[in-house]
Ligand binder design. Structure first.
Ligand code: 6PG
Length: 238
């Protein structure tokens, strides 16, 4: 099934539309389980949610998880949790119990197992796997997504819920959702902006001959709910 493609003129326009989508989804449910992506792209989205949706979203309905986390303490500048706390959580009325961070400060192997158990306990189980309502993903310039990198393609078919990954150049340990969990979500939305991503976007969305080497090319939720949210710069080659 082909993904839905949504193109906007600027990163701000993408972020505003994505924020509205989150509000729309939250209005039709009692609880929305979202796995967030990290890195830098989500910062603008979180800033817009904090500024424009502070009182229009019923935040106690939203439960925040992560698609991946760096194995660092929560006060480390590399932490995806810290980035989200600074850009979003500190600015909204969100119950602390709704924040389900990956404990990057703990032993990676143990935390991968622990977080997987938490997801099994807290999320609906569909196809014997935890099912998120929405998984937000970024796209790395090497075609990685979450922390599934091209040198660890086996994580796309792992029988684990969460696994330990390693950044290909820094070696930094990560805890990541595995491919089967990502592809078990009700909805998966890539949030991709900037010209630095345009080659991989072109390769993946056109199914070019080398696209299968990129983990992001293997994201295809069984639900059919895959959407790419991009600015024109990321979409330029299509
Ligand atoms: C992470 C992310 C990762 C990210 C991409 C894109 O922990 O870094 O989850 O998958 O989404 O690397 O990162 P940018 O948004 O910084 O380009």
């Amino acid at each position: 099934m082909s993904p839905e493609i949504k193109i906007f003129s600027t990163p701000i326009a993408v972020a505003k539309a994505f924020a509205q989508m989150i509000q729309d989804k939250s209005e039709s449910v009692d609880r929305l389980n979202i796995a967030l992506s990290g890195g830098s792209t989500p910062k603008l989205l979180f800033d817009i949610l904090a500024a424009d949706y502070k009182s229009s979203i019923d935040w106690k309905k939203l439960h925040f998880y992560w698609g991946d986390e760096r194995c660092v303490p929560p006060n480390n500048e590399e932490s995806n949790y810290l980035m989200t706390r600074k850009h979003l959580f500190e600015h909204i009325e969100l119950p602390q119990a709704n924040v389900h961070r990956i404990l990057g400060e703990d032993n990676a192997t143990e935390e991968a197992e622990n977080y997987g158990n938490i997801l099994m306990d807290q999320l609906p189980i569909v196809n014997d796997l935890p099912q998120f309502d929405l998984i937000m993903l970024g796209l790395g310039e090497d075609g990685h997504t979450a922390s599934i990198f091209p040198h660890q393609m086996d994580l796309l078919t792992s029988d684990k819920i969460c696994a330990v990954a390693n950044h290909p150049t820094s070696g930094q340990k990560r805890v990541t959702l595995t491919g089967p969990v990502i592809n078990n979500a009700k909805g998966v939305s890539f949030l991709v902006t900037g010209s630095g991503k345009k080659e991989k976007v072109d390769s993946i969305l056109k199914g070019k001959d080398n696209h299968e080497q990129y983990p992001a090319a293997h994201i295809s939720p069984k639900s059919g709910g895959l959407t790419w949210w991009m600015d024109e710069a990321a979409f330029e080659l299509i």
